[in-house]
Design a protein around this ligand. Structure first.
Ligand code: FE
Length: 343
């Protein structure tokens, strides 16, 4: 057989082998590229609709597991480089700050995220981004409180509220973040004075959750409390006859204390490009409405309008201080609340 006939056949064999190797590599890499794995402290019903919409629009699958934030942070730390997670979602900024401090998140450079999310709601180093805003505000009994008496968080320490205040336990991160932001604004000594004033005004021992605190207010066992506004929304949907209303405090000074449910891309994400795509998607107008409205929260994208029922509670000025402070000062806040007798 002439040489010229053998050679092309051999080459053709190599060519086929190369093609099949190329195809299998393509299949493997696209299998990786088309999936994002999320560890979420936000419960399933508050994330699944957005993930489904993302998959529908992009073809990228989202796998998720939900758990308490502490459990997810410990898991990320323990898994280190081997973590399957691409994204961490939490329900407050303090835990995102802690994840960044523990070097579990990577900086993300995304013009879309920087444009869509207000600067005070994201990490100055772009390791986490708020995706929905949770306002911690005053709820009062409309029969027992003269609205002219309401003004600020700080004023709840004044003697006119003696025996009239209910508070959720200091163990909840929402209150720790609020006190941390107060420390950032007033310093420790002044904040401790305020918290001691709150405790002196309590009508009852601190309560287990925001809804319970509002139920006490509605029943007249106290007149005013501090809650995240979406709990007010949920309760009023169930029981619109309750004599409760929202008041936005600190409108002439620091603004309403806000926190976020937010997310970051893990340091050891195997698929950071798709993970960033998902975060960008969650910050977009379409997903922002889903993300916020499903829990009666506020969009973190200032271009997006809130849900109609939420909008009916009125506009308010947010505290513009960067939420990283809530993380930085969380330990100080916990110690301060303990010293002040806030259990
Ligand atoms: Fe909550």
């Amino acid at each position: 057989m002439p040489r010229s006939c053998v050679r092309p056949r051999l080459n053709f064999k190599y060519f086929l082998a190369a093609i099949s190797l190329f195809i299998s590599l393509l299949v493997i890499s696209s299998a990786h590229a088309e999936q994002v794995i999320v560890y979420s402290a936000r419960i399933e019903q508050l994330i699944k609709p957005m993930f489904d919409a993302f998959t529908k629009d992009t073809g990228i699958q989202v796998k998720y597991t939900t758990d308490q934030e502490g459990v997810l942070l410990a898991r990320l730390k323990a898994e280190g480089k081997n973590t399957p997670a691409d994204i961490l979602i939490t329900t407050d900024a303090g835990n995102l700050w802690e994840a960044a401090r523990a070097d579990l998140l990577r900086p993300v450079n995304s013009e879309i995220l920087e444009k869509n999310i207000s600067p005070h709601l994201r990490d100055p180093q772009n390791r986490w981004f708020g995706l929905s805003v949770r306002a911690r505000t005053l709820v009062y009994n409309t029969r027992n409180v003269n609205i002219a008496d309401l003004s600020t968080y700080e004023d709840l320490a004044s003697s006119k509220w003696k025996g009239r205040l209910c508070l959720r336990t200091s163990k909840k991160v929402y209150n720790q973040s609020l006190v941390a932001m107060m420390i950032a604004e007033h310093g420790e000594a002044e904040t401790e004075k305020i918290v001691r004033g709150w405790i002196a005004n309590l009508a009852t021992d601190p309560l287990s959750d925001d809804t319970r605190a509002m139920e006490f207010v509605a029943a007249g066992r106290c007149d005013v409390t501090l809650v995240n506004s979406y709990y007010y929304g949920r309760l009023m949907k169930k029981a619109p006859e309750l004599p409760l209303a929202i008041f936005w405090p600190n409108q002439n000074n620091s603004g309403v204390h806000v926190n976020v449910s937010g997310a970051g891309v893990t340091k050891y994400s195997k698929n950071p490009q798709a993970a960033i795509k998902l975060l960008e998607y969650l910050s977009s107008e379409k997903a922002q409405n889903l993300f916020a409205d499903v829990n009666m929260e506020y969009p973190a994208n200032p271009e997006v309008k809130s849900d109609l029922a939420v909008a009916s509670w009125g506009d308010f000025k947010q505290n513009p201080m960067n939420l990283a402070k809530a993380g930085e000062l969380q330990a100080a806040a916990i110690k301060l609340m303990d010293r002040a007798g806030y259990r």
